[in-house]
Design a binder for this molecule. Structure first.
Ligand code: NAG
Ligand code: NAG
Ligand code: NAG
Ligand code: NAG
Ligand code: NAG
Ligand code: NAG
Ligand code: NAG
Ligand code: NAG
Ligand code: NAG
Ligand code: NAG
Ligand code: NAG
Ligand code: NAG
Length: 453
């Protein structure tokens, strides 16, 4: 079989431009019709509007590859707002649209599997797709087993449910947004989207959006798309300054903007400038409450020593790698930008970290997404003044080489296993073939969670 495929490849690659375009053009018409029929007329119109732009052509070509995708489909009013924000720039509008598509089918099999008990609120569960129960796909069933503990087995839903952690646990998916003007992650990775389920209402809310009430209102399946209707539109994450302002972390923002470092080329710049130039960064940002009188005294004592203050701040971030909450949970230890170790612990009371000299903090708000990485808000300043430049540069070098290995997650980030259930079914897409390898760290997390059930 493999032999036959490789014999065909030269022929297919000769034919593939026209072939792919044909697929993709037919697909674009079919998806527009399907969205109209499902009640997403505004979004269907936008897909027609952006059709001729380069990002939309790439989008349709990916969507017609036969792989599975999850779509967050804004209602008509929200699509109008999205169009307003793009201000007549159809390429930008197309880039925003790509942020609404996630690689992989994130349907929460467990919610369907476990439905059938007495109905709590009189709502009935109506499967809209017959292909929802898939216990053989190891990646998703591991996730499903994990999730089943979190939602009561008596819960029934009026529509198919997306896989989601229950707050404060978060689920992250890799989107199709990879525009270089909007995303600066390591290894040219695409931007992610994060969501969580409210434990009381059981509604799923999209995180990191200006409106806090972007929730999933309904869902259906069409061909290779799991379409989730949302009560808003999605905008890609901005820079660290925006994020710290939005999360009221003004004390940390002030320190990062007033402390200077000398960059590799000898430029005297602020730490926040240095951070925003990075491709891939993980920050632990102390909230305002963590700046106690005692901490402020310590920091005041360092104000005349920019190097020491810079080191203390550099012990709050990891350079060259973006680690989301679902990935750091059981990470053994990582090295900060100052070269010191930082350790993580996750248990039922939350996610914790410990700096080099034993200072520990709890993550109080995980996964604040940035255009070039992620910030986790913590409840304490890590007073670590030691540094180890050679450890810092070797950690950065290994993060960079790891990032160069191209992988596209098709399952929740941090829960994916090495056996992917998503493989391309079309030979013409071999150039965008999905790699199935993940880091050993992420596999470990899955194994632990499955084993503890
Ligand atoms: C997009 O443009 C192609 C031609 O490049 C056309 O064949 C296709 O029907 C268009 N699709 C939509 C949804 O307008
Ligand atoms: C899903 O939501 C969209 C947008 O709000 C709406 O037009 C459509 O009718 C809804 N579909 C169902 C089955 O309720
Ligand atoms: C969306 O647009 C409507 C008008 O169509 C406006 O009333 C509303 O405030 C806008 N919402 C946002 C979040 O911009
Ligand atoms: C499910 O409902 C049944 C009957 O109302 C009840 O006995 C059982 O404890 C419930 N189970 C859970 C996990 O809530
Ligand atoms: C969950 O929803 C309830 C009811 O709307 C709300 O009061 C609560 O704040 C929500 N929880 C979170 C963590 O957002
Ligand atoms: C949960 O979502 C549904 C569908 O959007 C909505 O009707 C309901 O008001 C939401 N519940 C809460 C408490 O926000
Ligand atoms: C979201 O919340 C804002 C402020 O509470 C409200 O004005 C708006 O109508 C809400 N949007 C939706 C779609 O529920
Ligand atoms: C962050 O982004 C805003 C636009 O949203 C921009 O005005 C600001 O200059 C950026 N900050 C830095 C330090 O790049
Ligand atoms: C030094 O590097 C920074 C970014 O890394 C850049 O903005 C700046 O222009 C460079 N300066 C010189 C003199 O090359
Ligand atoms: C960098 O610039 C700041 C503010 O201009 C200054 O206080 C600091 O001493 C400079 N650092 C070095 C190493 O020159
Ligand atoms: C969040 O996930 C952890 C495992 O990482 C689990 O122990 C905890 O119970 C979960 N919390 C909720 C609210 O589901
Ligand atoms: C897409 O998802 C469906 C339903 O979960 C599954 O049966 C199918 O095998 C998936 N297709 C691919 C190409 O992974």
């Amino acid at each position: 079989m493999r032999f036959a495929v490789s014999l065909l490849l030269p022929l297919l690659s000769f034919l593939s431009p026209a072939h792919a375009q044909g697929n993709s053009s037919a697909y674009s018409q079919a998806v527009v019709a399907a969205l109209q029929q499902a009640g997403f007329t505004g979004l269907a119109g936008v897909l027609t509007t952006i059709n001729s732009t380069a990002p939309a052509q790439t989008l349709f070509s990916e969507l017609s590859s036969g792989r599975n995708f999850t779509l967050f489909a804004p209602d008509d009013e929200s699509v109008g707002n999205l169009t307003t924000i793009a201000a007549g720039n159809n390429s930008l509008l197309a880039e925003y649209v790509t942020y609404h598509f996630i690689n992989g089918n994130f349907q929460n099999f467990s919610a369907n599997v476990s439905a059938g008990g007495p109905s709590g609120g009189g709502c009935s569960f109506t499967p809209l797709s017959t292909s929802t129960v898939s216990t053989s796909a190891s990646a998703m069933s591991a996730a499903a087993v994990f999730e089943r503990r979190q939602i009561s087995s008596n819960t029934t839903f009026p529509f198919p449910q997306i896989y989601s952690g229950v707050f404060p646990n978060v689920t992250l998916g890799r989107t199709l947004l990879n525009a270089s003007d909007l995303v600066m992650l390591e290894g040219n990775k695409s931007q992610v989207l994060a969501w969580t389920r409210n434990e009381t209402t059981l509604n799923v809310t999209i995180l990191n959006q200006a409106a806090s009430n972007v929730t999933i209102v309904n869902a259906t399946t069409w061909q290779n798309l799991f379409i989730n209707g949302i009560s808003g539109f999605l905008t890609p994450p901005g820079n660290l300054t925006n994020a710290l302002t939005a999360t009221n972390a003004s004390d940390a923002l002030c320190l990062l903007t007033s402390t200077h470092v000398i960059s590799a080329n000898g430029t005297n710049e602020t730490i926040i400038e240095a951070i925003q130039e990075a491709r891939g960064i993980t920050l632990f940002i102390p909230n305002n409450a963590s700046f106690t009188t005692e901490v402020n005294q310590t920091i005041s004592g360092l104000l005349n020593n920019q190097t020491a203050l810079a080191t203390l701040l550099q012990n709050h971030y990891i350079n060259g790698t973006t680690l989301y909450s679902t990935q750091i949970a059981n990470q053994s230890n990582v090295t900060t930008a100052a070269g010191e170790p930082i350790q993580f612990l996750s248990n039922s009371s939350g996610l914790f970290l410990e700096g080099a000299n034993g200072t520990s903090a709890q993550v109080v708000r995980p996964d604040v997404l940035l255009d070039n990485g992620v910030a986790h808000i913590i409840d304490r300043v890590l007073i670590v003044e030691d540094s180890n430049p050679s450890a810092a540069s070797s950690a950065y070098a290994s993060a960079t080489s790891e990032a160069a290995i191209s992988t596209t997650e098709t399952a929740p980030i941090g829960l994916s296993t090495s056996s992917s259930s998503e493989t391309s079914s079309s030979a013409s897409t071999s150039s965008s073939e999905t790699s199935t390898s993940t880091t050993s760290g992420t596999s470990t997390i899955t194994v632990t969670q499955t084993a503890s059930v």
